[in-house]
Design a protein around this ligand. Structure first.
Ligand SMILES: Cc1cc2nc3c(=O)[nH]c(=O)nc-3n(C[C@H](O)[C@H](O)[C@H](O)COP(=O)(O)O)c2cc1C
Length: 169
């Protein structure tokens, strides 16, 4: 783990998380983004929450997406997280080249991950600079055995907390 300069670090950046890819759609538009902010909010039924940043192309889709799918990445899949987390879906089809299956909602489900959970949106609200989607799991599957990828800023940032991503105009 790379050492951090405490002067450049913020306490909120130290909240641990896994690394996920969230796919979502709105009309004909389909996209995926790398996510760290994924939490379970209910066990029975299983309900998950994601939060989408207003600067992301995915934010537009999240405003009326009926479903989203959470894919749990495996240790060593930082390249996948960089692909979905440092490029903008407005300019390119980020899912091109990835093996996918169609979920029961029609969303693309990435094959190359530890597990996925497909959710129907049951709550949507803007909080600060993110829109929160809460979704009831309507389908899920374990794809393979493995250890989940844990978020480490050093994997994605030249300086802690600074995303080097392509323009998303
Ligand atoms: C490890 C990692 C975790 C991230 N977590 C989130 C997140 O929880 N919510 C979010 O909106 N963006 C998150 N991002 C940033 C988006 O993935 C990134 O801005 C992406 O380029 C957005 O793609 P889009 O513009 O195609 O929607 C994360 C990025 C990385 C690398």
């Amino acid at each position: 783990m790379a050492p951090y300069d405490p002067n450049e670090m913020r306490p909120e950046w130290m909240v641990p998380s896994g690394v996920f890819v969230v796919t979502l759609s709105s009309g004909e538009r389909i996209n995926g983004y790398a996510a760290g902010w994924v939490v379970r909010v209910s066990e029975v039924p299983v309900i998950l929450q994601v939060a989408v940043w207003e600067e992301n192309y995915s934010y537009k889709l999240a405003q009326d997406a009926a479903h989203f799918a959470v894919h749990i990445l495996e240790e060593g899949q930082q390249d996948v997280a960089r692909h979905f987390g440092q490029t903008c879906g407005r300019q390119l089809d980020k899912l091109e080249g990835f093996d996918t299956r169609s979920g029961i909602s029609g969303l693309p489900i990435l094959e190359d991950c530890l597990a996925h959970l497909e959710c129907e949106v049951i709550f949507r609200r803007v909080f600060g600079d993110h829109i929160v989607l809460i979704g009831k799991v309507v389908d899920s599957a374990i794809h393979r055995d493995g250890v989940a990828l844990i978020h480490d800023y050093a994997d994605y940032h030249d300086a802690p907390g600074v995303y080097e991503k392509t323009d998303c105009d």
